[in-house]
Design a binder for this molecule. Structure first.
Ligand code: MEV
Length: 434
């Protein structure tokens, strides 16, 4: 196990080889966790039955999922260990490996919009859409004030109503429809409750000024005012394989990216790989992953054709460049982020101080996950890594130590028999040779 020379480096080689206790010690030291917080991670403490069944209706139990740590992340010069909740093998190893390559190219550069949510108000029974729209603009200041009057702590924290937008649908099968968007900065909250309260509060005044009838009043999950972005560079040299030069690997990764840009069938799988990373952090931090999924896929189809959430290209030096942009309405306060004890500890491990920082880190994880997937697909194929990972798990479970691990992995893969009993025999043989 080695860490780089700064005391807060997430560049951890061999984290996967450590015992559970060693991993806990490392995470405890990293995030200053007390024994109760470690017990929360292991499930000894954490979400208790009575809290769980009161979070929903008709509750009967608690459903567990694995929680792991992705290593090697450096975002805007800051190191992060990333808690991820996911049932799928290989995701954590793949993303940590991609983060290691990205780190060598200078790490992630990220940015994000202010945390502005959109609340929609649907107005019907209007004779004159133009007149109704004019009324909205005439009363805009008053409408924004009405929202801020009831917005309490969000306004105190610098958030609140920011703007209005109007969308007109003159001909629908239920008649003309005017949609008012309330743009509302929810600061560090995901903000679903705040924005829904705000649009419900505005509805009667909107009916009065437009003369129409309000039907729906609800947030939009296409939170395209609240996007996060990440960009990376990977030196071509680092991408070479036994079969491919760095340049060939870069070209083939770019070809994979373009495939997803032009073809919706591939884009769905490409974006699924991105969401493997994104959802895992969203879940770990107690955020609403259905909202994030809905926003991501709607955004991917924003130009009328479902496409890739990421882009890959080559720079003038021949190095690989990649970027991602998507709506990421996540919070660090409110909702399950604070009710679920494990989410609280996950946020502490992440060490983010705002919803925007969390969104940016999540975008970085999505891009790294994507790189891991398309790099494997465009070079050795996805099964290769999966088999290796499986073989490594078997080798470690069989008691292989240090360089024995790779020796056992090579034999298991070479023989095409990746089983625990076989790994045990190989470890025994190696131990006899010493
Ligand atoms: C598997 O969970 C995700 C991948 O299919 C993503 C991709 O194809 O890019 C490997």
């Amino acid at each position: 196990m080695s860490t780089s020379n700064t005391s807060k480096s997430s560049r951890l080689s061999g984290f996967y080889k450590q015992s559970l206790d060693e991993r806990h010690d490392l995470i405890a030291a990293w995030a200053d966790l007390n024994p109760d917080q470690i017990a929360t991670l292991t499930g000894t403490k954490g979400l208790d039955l009575s809290t769980a069944i009161h979070m929903i209706e008709n509750g009967i139990g608690i459903y567990g999922l694995p929680l792991g740590i992705a290593t090697n992340f450096q975002v805007n010069g800051k190191d992060y260990l990333i808690p991820m909740v996911i049932e799928e093998p290989s995701v954590l190893a793949a993303v940590s490996n991609a983060a290691r390559l990205i780190r060598a190219g200078g790490g992630f550069t990220t940015s994000s919009d202010d945390p502005v949510m959109i609340g929609q108000i649907q107005i019907l029974d209007l004779n004159d859409l133009q007149f109704a729209e004019e009324q909205i603009w005439l009363h805009k200041a008053n409408l924004l004030n009405l929202v801020n009057e009831i917005s309490g702590s969000i306004v105190k924290h610098g958030g609140g109503a920011r703007d209005l937008q109007v969308h007109k649908y003159p001909q629908t099968s239920v008649g003309p429809m005017l949609i008012v968007h309330l743009l509302y900065d929810t600061r560090d909250a995901m903000g679903a409750n705040a924005i829904n309260t705000a649009v419900e509060h505005l509805a009667p005044e909107i009916e009065t000024i437009t003369g129409g009838r309000v039907n729906l009043r609800i947030l939009s999950n296409l939170t395209d005012q609240r996007k996060a972005r990440a960009e990376v560079m990977i030196p071509a040299d680092l991408l070479k394989t036994d079969e491919l030069t760095g340049e060939q690997a870069v070209n083939q990764i770019i070809e994979a990216g373009i495939f997803a840009e032009v073809d919706p069938y591939r884009a769905a799988t490409h974006n699924k790989g991105i969401m493997n990373g994104i959802d895992a952090v969203v879940i770990a931090t107690g955020n609403d992953w259905r909202a994030i999924e809905a926003g991501a896929h709607a955004y991917a189809a924003r130009n009328g054709r479902y496409s890739s959430l990421s882009k890959w290209w080559k720079d003038d030096s021949g190095n690989l460049r990649g970027s991602i942009e998507l709506p990421l309405a996540v919070g660090t306060v409110g909702g399950a982020t604070r009710v679920h004890p494990t989410a609280g500890v996950a946020l502490k491990i992440l060490g983010v101080t705002s919803a925007r920082e969390l969104a940016e880190v999540i975008a970085a994880v999505g891009l790294a996950q994507n790189l891991a997937a398309i790099r494997a697909l465009a070079t050795v194929g996805i099964q290769h890594g999966h088999m290796r990972m499986h073989a490594r798990q078997m080798a470690i479970a069989a008691g292989a130590k240090d360089q024995q691990v790779e020796q056992v992995v090579a034999r298991l893969i070479g023989d095409g028999v990746i089983r625990l009993e076989r790994a045990r025999l190989l470890v025994e043989e190696l131990n006899k040779e010493v």
